[in-house]
Design a protein around this ligand. Structure first.
Ligand SMILES: [Zn+2]
Length: 278
């Protein structure tokens, strides 16, 4: 079975996690544990991630049509091949599938070059200071090492990520759910560019809530956990009001990937489970 057949054959649910909107103002809650408070202390540090700052870096206005057309084509790709397949998709596979389906349409050279520029550009130029986890745009998720998590539409790597997830489910209980697992470069590209598209090509703003493609720890093993049935509220401050969150904190699972002072240029994400240690 080749890679294409594997992905196309993988039946993955349509639901797919993402890490969307910004926090509203943080408040302390009655009865919160000290450790919960310690984590929540970080929230005010990262308020206003969707505010425009004077030093924000934008795409050149001439690139905005490319931004729009790339985002639209990536969405058509996602629609045609399904959210689950799209989540795991590599760059070369995206290009070949776009060309294969008239409902998507091949990426013109200018669009492919634009995505390459976004990927290889040093993200610190626009304020994102995290380490790059995947160095090549054609780097792929190791499909032979993934495990589909039933009922979530998401996948995890075998080994430490899967073991951590299973332990969380055992410790937190059936209220917990995997809300976002492994993401390939193409999915991260769409998330990042779509955020920039909604904000006039503001790459700095986009990178404050979404790691640029290649920089996301979701590409190497980290994942997000939420409360079952809580929907997109799992990616807002409201998640910190749930028992799932307080249990995650009290059992030490929520380790600060993006710490105080917003050092990496990303908001604090209390739903993010740090698995990868390097
Ligand atoms: Zn995350």
């Amino acid at each position: 079975m080749n890679r294409r057949e594997f992905i196309t054959g993988a039946i993955l649910a349509a639901a797919s996690g993402f890490c969307p909107p910004a926090f509203a103002r943080a408040r302390y809650l009655p009865g919160e544990s000290v450790r919960s408070l310690a984590v929540r202390d970080n929230l005010p540090e990262i308020l206003g991630v969707d505010d425009i700052h004077e030093a924000d870096v934008f795409l050149d206005s001439g690139e905005l049509p490319l931004l729009l057309s790339v985002v639209a084509r990536l969405k058509r790709l996602r629609h045609t091949l399904g959210y689950g397949n799209f989540s795991l998709m590599g760059f070369d596979y995206a290009l070949s599938n776009a060309a294969a389906y008239s409902s998507i349409g091949a990426f013109p050279p200018a669009e492919a070059t634009f995505m390459e520029k976004i990927f290889y550009e040093d993200a610190s130029i626009y304020g994102f200071l995290g380490d790059k986890k995947l160095s090549g745009i054609t780097d792929t998720i190791r499909l032979e090492r993934i495990v589909k998590i039933p009922g979530t539409g998401n996948c995890l790597y075998q080994g430490k990520p899967l073991a951590t997830y299973k332990k969380i489910m055992a410790d937190v209980g059936k209220d917990a759910v995997l809300t976002s697992g492994l993401r390939g470069i193409v999915k991260q590209m769409l998330l990042f560019l779509n955020k920039a598209r909604h904000h006039g090509g503001n790459l700095s703003l986009a990178s404050r809530s979404l790691a640029p493609p290649g920089y996301s720890y979701h590409g190497v093993g980290d994942f997000d956990v939420g409360k079952r049935g809580f929907g997109v509220a799992n990616f807002t401050e409201r998640f910190t009001t749930t028992r799932v969150y307080s249990t995650l904190v009290d059992t030490g699972y929520v380790k600060l990937r993006y710490t105080r002072g917003n050092r990496l240029g990303v908001r604090f994400e209390p739903w993010h489970i740090k698995v990868v240690t390097s």
